[in-house]
Design a protein around this ligand. Structure first.
Ligand SMILES: [Zn+2]
Length: 471
């Protein structure tokens, strides 16, 4: 298709991070998968992509009666919601007033959207959209024209007795596709429930928007975008005309594209006209995408830490092992290794760096699942050693363990009691010890280097350094 029809991508930005509400939410949650208790405000300060994927997954699990996240106080399942100001929080799925956390009465963005658009299902816009999709499909010979149906019941074959009425449905090369118009009035749980139905039936759910929203990104678009490999689609008068010109279903696609800028991963919003044959139809995951965000992101993340064909983390692992073995030339090793690293970052002069190497040790240990430095046998020993010598690194340590799925160790019966005591001591010492401030002030110099080396622990780095303002 004529590339001049496509708008210029927007400038690349760091991946968006969720904002968190300040009151009226479940302050502490338990992750049943790891057994770990999280402060909601710290847990929710992560990438919007991660939050939206967790929101979708939790909706499915709540429906199945096996929520992953529960209120730590009353054990009731919680949902991830947004406030009117688009701030994230956890809310009880049902509330009888017995829990110390009161979340009732706070109107979420979901309620707000639903109220604002209430009754729009049969609006003129909805009727017009159905016509546009139907006419676009008739332009495309790959759809069996007899199979293009509007608001006709799709009866469950796998689960008899269940049914859905998609806005438009059609069969293409033996695949039955349900086209649903997202007019922002649909709750995320309803969206997930439809997804489950079509997945079970071997069909494909295809969400269509009336237009793409970039500047005024809306949650109803994000609910489609993130679980759909960061792609969304819209159909309008212009794409309908193009469908007839191309004799193939043509749509507007909006997607996020990860890009590498220097030593950083960023992403930008792109829009382009796409035809159906350019898309990947991923029935197993109920996804339809033009651009493979996940694949592209993984490639960039891998490439970011490769220098001259070698992974920089392997170099640090070797260095920490030399340190653990008290090799006499460890400092020389560091100084020559340092010259191979990107010089845009500041690097510690010696093997101290305000806890830089301890942080790196914890990161590499959590990442591999085995202690890297200190010649320990068990991961929990590394955790104890870290908070003994650098109690201020506790938030970083916990974030690393979470990022690599190692948090269960803290609630393991063998270690839980001792760890809880040590943790409480670390929290107190981080505030009381005068040298803490010195360490953190030094460590702050290396924040960009740490974020580059340990992107999965970005939040832990920020939380750790934030203590500098409070101690
Ligand atoms: Zn509760």
């Amino acid at each position: 298709m004529d590339p001049s029809l496509n708008p210029i991508p927007s400038p690349a930005r760091p991946p968006a991070i969720g904002e968190v509400v300040e009151e009226g939410f479940v302050e502490e949650i338990r992750d049943d998968r790891t057994g770990e208790i999280h402060q909601s405000s710290a847990f929710l300060r992560q990438e919007l992509r991660g939050l939206n994927l967790l929101r979708a997954e939790q909706e499915d699990l709540l429906r199945a009666g096996t929520p992953r996240f529960r209120c730590s106080c009353c054990e009731v399942g919680v949902t991830l919601r947004l406030s009117k100001l688009r701030r994230w929080h956890f809310r009880h799925i049902e509330e009888d007033g017995s829990c110390r956390y009161k979340t009732k009465g706070t109107l979420s963005q979901d309620d707000f959207d639903a109220r604002r658009y209430n009754g729009q299902k049969e609006s003129p816009q909805h009727i017009r959209m159905k016509g546009l999709i139907r006419d676009s499909l008739h332009a495309d010979g790959s759809f069996d024209s007899e199979s293009i149906l509007e608001e006709v019941r799709w009866r469950g074959q796998v689960k008899p007795g269940t049914w859905k009425i998609p806005d438009i449905q059609a069969i293409r090369n033996g695949t039955r596709i349900a086209f649903e118009i997202q007019l922002s009035s649909t709750y995320v749980n309803v969206m997930r429930e439809r997804r489950m139905f079509y997945l079970a039936e071997g069909g494909l759910l295809f969400w269509v928007l009336t237009r793409l929203h970039e500047g005024d990104r809306r949650q109803f678009q994000d609910d489609i975008l993130y679980p759909n490999n960061c792609n969304v689609f819209a159909i309008d008068e212009e794409t309908k005309a193009l469908s007839w010109t191309n004799a193939e279903l043509t749509m507007r696609c909006g997607y996020l594209e990860p890009v590498r800028e220097g030593w950083e991963l960023r992403e930008r919003w792109c829009e382009r006209l796409v035809t159906l044959s350019e898309l990947t139809l991923d029935l197993k995951n109920q996804r339809v995408f033009y651009f493979d965000y996940e694949k592209s992101r993984a490639e960039i993340e891998d490439s970011l830490r490769i220098l001259d064909g070698a992974n920089v983390l392997d170099g640090f692992t070797a260095l920490l092992q030399a340190k653990a073995n008290q090799e006499t030339d460890q400092l020389d090793k560091w100084r020559s290794f340092k010259h191979t690293l990107p010089q845009v970052f500041k690097w510690p002069f010696d093997l101290y760096g305000g806890g830089f190497f301890v942080a790196l040790d914890i990161y590499l240990s959590a990442r591999s699942g085995h202690p890297v430095g200190w010649n320990y046998q068990a991961l929990i020993q590394s955790a104890h050693r870290c908070v003994d010598i650098h109690p201020e690194l506790l938030p970083f340590l916990e974030d690393c363990f979470r990022a690599f799925g190692r948090s269960a160790i803290f609630s393991d019966k063998r270690y839980a009691e001792k760890w809880e005591k040590k943790r409480a001591k670390a929290v107190a010492e981080a505030i009381a010890k005068p040298e803490t401030k010195v360490h953190l002030a030094r460590l702050r110099h290396y924040q960009p280097a740490m974020e580059w080396l340990m992107p999965e622990a970005r939040r832990g780095i920020a939380l750790t350094l934030a203590q500098l303002d409070s101690v």
